[in-house]
Design a protein around this ligand. Structure first.
Ligand code: GAL
Length: 385
């Protein structure tokens, strides 16, 4: 097992897209250390699409574009490792990557070998331009075997956007994480859509094979490759808090060289990260946020006022009130809805984690006025009434 809790790191795609270089990746790795993000738990530095030449070499190997990466990938990998960080790269199961670069279809074993030689620790594996007759299940299993036998521990990050019923077969491929959704963009509409889709996918989440809700947009502020208007700080907080709560991998997507203090503080929020990295790794469940019997795959069937619950290591209970509505609402949870009826003789001693406010012992229910797009995360100890 490479890692027992969701991976944390940075990925080049959301902000930089095609505009990547050796200098950028080195500066980003350095910034991950200097800003304290490494100490907060972030470790993978991942180069996404657009890193290679358009042709393989005479030995059929992928070649890093020397204009972008003049010293090659091993050099970069050595530098990243010298900072105590891990190095990630990207390929795809089709004939070309999504951006049109050569990709690993029919080259799975030789490419895994190349990545191993370059000291790669993490491979994001996309799903564009694959032969239509071949199921994703076959191609992800093939790369899974290639990575398993390449002689190096490489975290396998599957990225087929929830297609082909991936939740039913992804664990058999050896993937350590799998994208359950289409691409995020820097807007609250995107955050809201991805979050609602998790009600269906959450039961498939779990230790060793994490449900990846896509890279973070925190701190992009309307700039970069997936820009779409941006979010305010309340909205970025909801996004980050819920990705933490639902045990998604936490791959930062903003420019680490240039973050405001509030963005950095959010990305390093100790108590939120502790919920994300909780060693018990139990899936969260959604309480009363949809009509029973409706199709949970359709985000239109999930309410804007979501309530999630998660049982943590040692018996604490985490509760999320999440207001995705464009208006203020009042959210309500009766404790007997989560198994703590009066007959148990128990109550909850509650702290709101984002603000750090200790609310105190609450006996029967939690009622909150929630501002538009706001989230509150409660960490609760079970105590006597
Ligand atoms: C998409 C993928 C994105 C990014 C992009 C690169 O398919 O979901 O996260 O990797 O390809 O072209």
């Amino acid at each position: 097992m490479i890692k027992l809790t969701p991976p944390m790191g940075w990925n080049s795609w959301n902000t930089f897209g095609n505009n990547i270089s050796e200098q950028l990746i080195m500066d980003t790795a350095k910034a991950m250390v200097d800003t304290g993000l490494k100490d907060a738990g972030y470790e993978y530095v991942v180069i996404d699409d657009c890193w290679s030449l358009m042709e393989r070499d005479e030995n059929d190997r992928l070649v890093a574009d020397p204009a972008k990466f003049p010293h090659g990938m091993k050099y970069l990998s050595d530098y990243i490792h010298s900072l105590g960080l891990k190095f990630g790269m990207y390929s795809c199961d089709g004939t070309m990557t999504c951006a049109g670069y050569p990709s690993s279809y029919d080259h799975e074993f030789i490419d895994a070998q190349t990545f191993a030689e370059w000291g790669v620790d993490y491979l994001k594996y996309d799903n564009c331009n694959k032969p239509e007759t071949l199921p994703g299940r076959y191609l992800y299993n093939k790369m899974g075997m290639a990575l398993e036998t390449c002689g190096r521990d490489i975290m396998f990050s599957a990225c087929n956007w929830g297609a082909d019923g991936v939740e039913h077969w992804i664990k058999e491929t050896g993937a350590h994480l799998w994208r359950s959704t289409g691409d995020i963009n820097d807007s609250f509409a995107s955050v809201r859509d991805l979050l609602k889709r998790q009600v269906y996918y959450q039961p498939y989440n779990g230790q060793g094979c994490w449900n990846d809700m896509d890279m973070l947009i925190v701190g992009m502020n309307g700039n970069g490759n997936v820009a779409n208007g941006g979010c305010n700080m309340t909205e970025y907080t909801t996004h980050f808090a819920m990705w933490c709560f639902l045990a998604s991998p936490l791959m930062i997507g903003c420019d680490l060289r240039n973050m405001s203090d509030d963005v950095l503080a959010l990305l390093k929020h100790k108590e939120l990260i502790a919920i994300n990295q909780d060693p018990a790794a139990r899936q969260a469940y959604c309480v009363r946020s949809y009509w029973p019997g409706n199709d949970l795959k359709n985000p239109d069937n999930i309410w804007d006022g979501m309530i999630w619950v998660k049982h943590l290591e040692g018996g604490d209970i985490a509760i999320a009130f999440c207001n995705l509505c464009g208006c203020d609402i009042r959210q309500y949870l009766a404790f007997d809805e989560i198994g703590l009826d009066k007959g148990t003789g128990k109550a909850l001693d509650i702290t709101e984690v984002i603000s750090g406010e200790h609310i105190g012992v609450v006996r029967d229910n939690l009622i909150m006025n929630m501002k538009t797009h706001e989230t509150k995360i409660f960490r609760c100890k079970v105590v006597e009434r």
